[in-house]
Design a protein around this ligand. Sequence first.
Ligand code: PLP
Length: 410
Amino acid sequence: MVRINENFLELQDSYLFSTIAKKVAEFQKNNPDKEVIKLGIGDVTRPIVPAVVSAMHEAVNEVGTNSNFRGYGPEQGYEFLRKKIVENDYEKRGVNIDIDEVFISDGAKCDCGNIVDIFGIENKVAITDPVYPVYLDTNVMSGRSGKYNKENGKYENIVYIPITESNNFKPELPEEKVDMIYLCFPNNPTGTTLSKNELEKWVKYAKENKSVILYDSAYEAFISEDDIPHSIYEIQGAKDVAIEFRSFSKTAGFTGLRCGYVVVPKALKGYSKDENEVSLNKLWNRRQCTKFNGASYIIQKGAEAVYSEEGQKQIKENIAYYMENARIIKKGLNDAGFVTYGGINSPYVWLKVPNGMTSWEFFDKLLNEANVVGTPGVGFGNCGEGYFRLTAFGTKENTIKAIERIAKMK
Ligand code: PLP
């Protein structure tokens, strides 16, 4: 009899996006004449920029020739892309990263999920609440979460760190000792960021407690304010304590092409049971070589073109387009009397649901009265209750229309 991984039975079904889809479908069936505007999803809509498209065309032609055919590539990614990442994403910000500290992948979701392979089951995990749900669920699957408590909606072995209005969306250091700390800034879903000083606090904590910080900066390209760090390695000493996840998905519209990377510094150590130091870079390399055969050559050529002069110019135009939407959403909502967060260094605007409504009640109101779809905050964690996420990834025309309709709601 084949036995299953019992940890999967501890997962709580997420009905968030399926419930949204069901509610929207029902509304559209009952109101066929109403135009519904969707500002709920976290997927991009602008096409891949010409510099990337032409690099991929070239790569396609190359692999169709005898002389330039490519088979399996390096599991860690091609050197041409790793080098561009080191030079552009790090050296330009005064951070030294070695090429063999960068591992190319088919996206940050896989990296964030797979990284748990190299950590012991007994580690205490801390996650901010609300946050991108992958960190929690992958720790549940690997058996690190303990049992789910239906009464308080929490897992027994997870330390939840609230990020809400009451702490100005700045996570406070946990009172108990934790080993693996997930930080995602600019944050999905709140769109809020951490300053260098605030990040320093976490690096210091991790050093003192021999913990690791798993830093997801998938949205760093949307940072507009000068004093907000794009990488955790801008903090002195962070290479001793942090792994960083990055993605081309939101930066360059690769959600469908799939490319991301993770930085695992060689200085970063974990500990064996007998308290010997072990290089996490070596463990991750071993894990990738065993379970991953590298990202596609064609896609990596496309990602390389993101760093070309035209590529940079073109992706920045797309980012500016989305950030103009974010500005329209934030300003429109503020003018209409809503309290909003995020939207300045992030494509997400996090609004406080008015009049003590729940985030699902507000979802229904918005759908019925303004015919606009957003995402209820509670779908990202208990502390997201009472908040609502709108995204800047729609078209400008629809964004303007949606905000005008919301402003007219009673
Ligand atoms: N990290 C965060 C915080 C995200 O919001 C997302 C996608 O929405 C990802 C990672 C996944 O990125 P990728 O498309 O590279 O898998």
